[in-house]
Ligand binder design. Sequence first.
Ligand SMILES: [Fe+2]
Ligand SMILES: [Fe+2]
Length: 241
Amino acid sequence: MVIRIAAVGDVHVDEDVVGRFRPALEELPDCADVLLLAGDLTRHGTEAEARCVAREFGGLGVPVITVLGNHDHQCDQVPQVVKVLEDAGITVLEGTGTVLECAGGRLGVAGVKGFGGGFAGRCASDFGEPEMKSFVRTTRESADALASALLSLDCDALVALTHYAPVPDTLAGEPLEIYPFLGCYQLGQAIDSAPTALALHGHAHHGTERGTTPGGVRVRNVAHPVIKQAYSVFHLGEQLD
Ligand SMILES: [Fe+2]
Ligand SMILES: [Fe+2]
């Protein structure tokens, strides 16, 4: 049996974008069991923009699960944004997970926004100024929360959903200088600590679609500017290409 997962990130919705995704979204019940959103739903994280997201992604014929992105934090209105999304029936994950009963089995989704920090050999370290230690602590806590959420789920297929990237593979195309602000290796370690079948992220608009964690988990960058379509659909339970 197959579980069908539609996913997109970085839709950056405001008033101008409303309606652009909707025709493709209306077709979701025919091709997917769930829609996962990989953060950066809005441009600046305002409550008004969240209402635009709710109009565009609410009331679909499939469950919608999201994490927030850095843009969704910009205006310090996260509680209001989350409330608007949840009122529209969208599940917001942050260091938490959920299990869906799909025709093809129980799908577990664990999500966290994540954070930067960089990748092996080129990463921030927990040393020096308190600001630096705070930065790295945020990275570590975010990855630990993802690992806990992944390990807590009782399901047939497990998916990790983040905004920041867990591997550098899917950043190819971005300037090397900004890799530490696009993701961190600790998220990859968290994904590898559980029987994760697929890891989805966004944030890297100029990155690459496909990558793999050191432990062999398939990673897909579903940022809208990368996939260049309303969403990609992944089939779990059969060999991913
Ligand atoms: Fe983005
Ligand atoms: Fe982002």
